[in-house]
Design a protein around this ligand. Structure first.
Ligand SMILES: Nc1ncnc2c1ncn2[C@@H]1O[C@H](COP(=O)(O)OP(=O)(O)OP(=O)(O)O)[C@@H](O)[C@H]1O
Ligand code: NI
Length: 267
């Protein structure tokens, strides 16, 4: 069964023009998708396509001037505002785009313990923090350090370790490889894959399609707020013949292994 089901989600913003007429802009339009346990869904689309808004709508963290429509279900139950407030940070986790969300005044170890305690799974056993860090290639000494001493890749892996400690069933990662070199990108994506292998449902938002394809099962392409294609990830990694949508094919053409052909120049 799907952990998350989104049905006809719309996110709009209202503003008034100079004559005080109400203007509505739909930034996410009629989006339906689902993700199951053990599955990695990659959400791909140009800047401004509505990817982060979709993630924030699932979390219940939309800006106050946003209006959301449609229905969402988590584990078969309606995911409304009270459910989101109850599930956020424990059963549903967002790995935000910025590592600035780590607390500069608390050590990595403290923050890991907080994440675990908030989810009702306190890390009391000796060595529990070191073990949680080691799963993400982080040395035990990292527990005693403050976020400003970490490299970008390490900070991101600390956020992944906190997500793991929270025991979430659904993990949303918004641009988890931003600013990382190829090695750290691969590491972060491997960690996300390990979440799915541990039975979680993972939605990864990324501009790095080649890296995301290495771990994804399915790819949803968003364009100007709408789902324009939903494809199996392996359709991108083969000769592209199995891709159904034209937009997906032009993206396949633009992958480095396929020679960055036409689509790049047409875009
Ligand atoms: N608070 C807001 N008020 C008005 N419009 C907004 C607001 N937040 C986002 N938008 C608009 O919604 C659209 C989608 O934004 P979103 O952040 O989801 O894009 P994205 O696909 O995540 O892009 P990126 O890849 O650059 O992160 C954009 O056109 C943006 O201008
Ligand atoms: Ni975004």
């Amino acid at each position: 069964m799907s952990v998350l089901e989104i049905e006809r989600l719309t996110v709009s913003f209202h503003r008034r023009d100079g004559l005080r007429r109400r203007i509505t802009t739909d930034c996410v339009r009629d989006v339906s998708l689902a993700v199951a346990r053990g599955e990695v869904l990659a959400l791909f689309g140009a800047s401004g396509a509505g990817k982060s808004l979709l993630a924030h709508a699932v979390m219940g963290l939309l800006p106050p001037n946003a209006l959301a429509g449609g229905t969402m279900r988590f584990d078969g139950h309606v995911l409304d505002a009270p459910a989101q407030a109850a599930l956020r940070g424990n059963r549903i986790a967002l790995i935000p785009q910025s590592v600035g969300h780590l607390d500069p005044l608390a050590t990595v170890g403290q923050q890991l313990r907080w994440a675990a305690r908030r989810a009702g799974r306190p890390m009391t056993a000796p060595g529990a923090v070191a073990e949680a860090l080691s799963r993400f290639d982080l040395a035990p000494a990292v527990a005693g350090t403050f976020p400003h001493t970490l490299s970008g890749g390490m900070a991101r892996r600390v956020m992944l370790a906190m997500t793991m400690a929270s025991g979430a069933d659904l993990v949303l990662a918004d641009e988890p490889s931003n600013g990382l070199d190829a090695d750290n990108t691969a590491r972060v994506f491997r960690c996300l894959k390990s979440f799915a292998e541990a039975g979680k449902a993972v939605i990864v938002i990324s501009h790095d399609l080649p890296a995301a394809l290495k771990i994804a099962d399915r790819v949803v392409l968003l364009d100007r707020g709408q789902v324009v294609a939903e494809e199996r990830a392996d359709a991108f990694t083969s000769d592209g013949e199995a891709l159904c949508a034209g937009y997906a094919r032009s993206i396949w053409n633009a992958l480095p292994q396929n020679g960055f052909s036409r689509a790049c120049h047409e875009a």
